[in-house]
Structures are given as C-alpha cells and as structure tokens.
Design a protein around this ligand. Sequence first.
Ligand SMILES: [Zn+2]
Length: 173
Amino acid sequence: MGRRRSKEEKEQEEKLQKELQEKQDIKYMKEAVKQAKKAYALGEVPIGCVIVYEDKIIGRGYNRRTIDKNTLAHAELQAIRKASRKMNDWRLEDCTLYVTLEPCQMCSGAIVQARIRRVVVGCMNPKAGCAGSIMNLLQVPQFNHQVELTTGIMGEECSRMMKTFFKELRQKK
Ligand SMILES: [Zn+2]
C-alpha cells in the first residue's frame, strides 16, 4: 500500500513539475515574442530570443540581419553575446534559451558551443531549422554536449507572426 501511494505521489509531483515548467516556458516565450516584435517593427523577419538564468533574463536579442547587413545578426547570437557578457563567461551551462523560431545551423552550433542546457522553441522551421527539422544539431551524441529541447511553446502565435510578416512583405512588393 505504502509503496503504491508513493508512486502516485511521485506521479503527481512530476505532473506538477511539468505544469510549472510549462508556465515558466510560456512566460519567457512571451518575452521572446516581444523581441521578435522589435524585429518586425524594423521590417526584419520577426525572430526573437531571450536567455534565462536562475529565473532571470540575462540576454535578449532579435533578428537584425538586414539593418546590420550582417549574417551573424541572428536573434540567438545577439542574446548569447549579451548573456556571456553578463555572466562574464563563454559557458552558459545552466541557462535556458527561448527562441520564437527553430534555430538555424549557425545558431544551433553556437548553442552547443556555449553549452546551453536547454532550448525552448516556438515554431519549427521546416526549410532551415537545425533543431529537428532538417537535422538536429542540438542532440548529436558524438558532440561533447547535448541540449535538452522543448518545442511548440506558443507555437501557433509564433507561426502566425511569421506568416503575417511574409504576407505583408508580398503585398508591399
Ligand atoms: Zn540562426
């Protein structure tokens, strides 16, 4: 009896933990969406990112590729640069990165290099994503670091934002 109850309690606890994490994930994905909207306002593809350490945002970034005329100006790289400055370390081991769109090969590579513990993705990017769509660079067993991955947090909203952006872009042309 006692054993059975503890199993149920454990399941209950895991469920609660999961719900709590999802709540946190939505909270920070909203912050990433805020960043994406900054890109949107500048006529950039709306992609936003935040990096969280101990329940605090330590880096924010949004896509600035066109205005900066720089392929390195992806949201994730901006956020990693800021977070590293804040932590005074290139390692971001206990951090979680939230990004509205599945990272590309460059950003996924940087995420692994920075040893980020966990990545939370809004919507997937079938044409360029490297966190499961084309390949999954975040979880290659041969690398010395693998990243925990959660996808589809506020996926609909993130996807809608992209679709609206490209629709408006086509109308402008
Ligand atoms: Zn990228």
